[in-house]
Design a protein around this ligand. Sequence first.
Ligand SMILES: [Zn+2]
Ligand SMILES: [Zn+2]
Length: 128
Amino acid sequence: MVEDILKKNNLKVTKQRIDVLKSIIKLEDTATITNIIYNCNIDKSTIYRILNVLVKHNIIIKDVNYNNDDYYMLKNNHKHYIKCVKCNKMKLLDKCPFDSIKVSDYEIINHSLKIEGICKECKERQFG
Ligand SMILES: [Zn+2]
Ligand SMILES: [Zn+2]
């Protein structure tokens, strides 16, 4: 399956590319650069190079993590969260707000989104 993703995008299938993609899929919501490096037995600079290639080919997107750690997700299965600034609780958004955005003369290959708010419980605590 991971091999197919690479082939479909005319990328050479290498063991290292497969390892990086597999760990992004395996780590799911915790696929930060730190965890990917920890998960793959590949040197750091190679991992960065592979991630850049995968972003350029529209296979993965790079998002900002709330702890300032880069965060990677498969493009066709990515998620965004809102975080409560008071208790840090995260809630999954039901869709990507960028899905419908088109820019003429550009192909959008990456986007990031940081949304913060106050959850219901914290709001009630604040005013209740
Ligand atoms: Zn809260
Ligand atoms: Zn998105």
